[in-house]
Write a protein that binds this ligand. Sequence first.
Ligand code: THU
Length: 160
Amino acid sequence: MRKEQFVCPYEVYDTMEELPQQDAELMRRAHEAARNAYAPYSKFNVGAALRLANGAIVLGNNVENAAYPSGLCAERVAMFAAMAQYPGVPFEALAVTAWSASKSIEEPVAPCGACRQVMVEVEQVSKQPLRVLCQGDTGPIMVFDGVESLMPFIFLDKFL
Ligand code: THU
């Protein structure tokens, strides 16, 4: 028997001003996108902004439904919209944020497991690391340079 460990490296920026300019712009767009969330049930409004290799920025917000599982997270809305609107264009970076009218969200919002599963596959298709930036409504920004470190022991197409 041996013990092993999984390492998840990431950067933390205390303010938006500290971020590289392109990242700060992307996070600003994610904050804009969160304003369009349709989240009448959770009231947790998530925004995502995805930058593609052709410079396009595709926005996503969570869209809920009275039949709860029919809704979708902001990240997947953005990633799937980009695959529909810009087929074959690699993804570069994805910024995620959230706000709520009832409480302040000061910790970075961590993407759910289903979104991470999709991120890993789109990263493979893109053939380049997908930079992921996470922030609350305010507060520090966590930056992951590639999504493999966000999703240990992922299910991959090689198992099929
Ligand atoms: N949500 C996202 O949009 N992204 C995440 O990564 C986590 C959760 C949404 C789904 C649901 O509309 C609400 O947040 C509460 O779970």
